[in-house]
Design a protein around this ligand. Structure first.
Ligand SMILES: [Zn+2]
Length: 141
């Protein structure tokens, strides 16, 4: 799944469960559950188009965090939850982009590859838009 929906799910969890001792681990675990939903994603590699897509996704994510979190009294929780929700993918970055061969990261990458539920682009984007819309409704209520 793209990073923006992952982060929105984490933020929606933090908005629903303000206790960070509960919401932050849930935000982290949500990453794996969300990746099991049918979705389209960039190939996790260092090709220019994939890199551009990943960078644009992260820019959108930053804008959304800025817009949603910084006007909320829960801004620290929401920002931390967004971070924890994308943390599994951030941990993979050194392996994918620099070939860093760490055993823990390799196991994480293998696990994440196994649970991905990839679809063609159109249905795979629609599911992410629906999920993101649901999270925005929760965040704006
Ligand atoms: Zn992932």
């Amino acid at each position: 799944m793209l990073e923006t929906p992952h982060a929105l799910v984490g933020m929606a969890i933090a908005a629903t469960i303000p206790n960070p001792l509960i919401s932050l681990p849930l935000a982290f675990l949500s990453h794996f559950g969300v990746d099991m939903l049918p979705h389209w994603n960039w190939e996790p590699d260092a090709r220019p188009l994939s890199l551009l897509g990943i960078i644009l996704d992260l820019i959108l994510l930053e804008i959304l965090i800025g817009y949603l979190a910084f006007q909320s009294p829960l801004k620290l929780n929401l920002t931390a939850a967004a971070f924890f929700a994308i943390l599994p993918d951030l941990l993979e970055a050194p392996y994918i982009f620099f070939g860093h061969n760490n055993r823990f990261v390799k196991k994480l990458c293998d696990f994440q590859r196994r649970i991905q539920n990839r679809t063609p682009i159109l249905p795979g984007i629609i599911t992410q838009l629906l999920l993101s819309g649901l999270c925005l409704l929760i965040l704006k209520s």
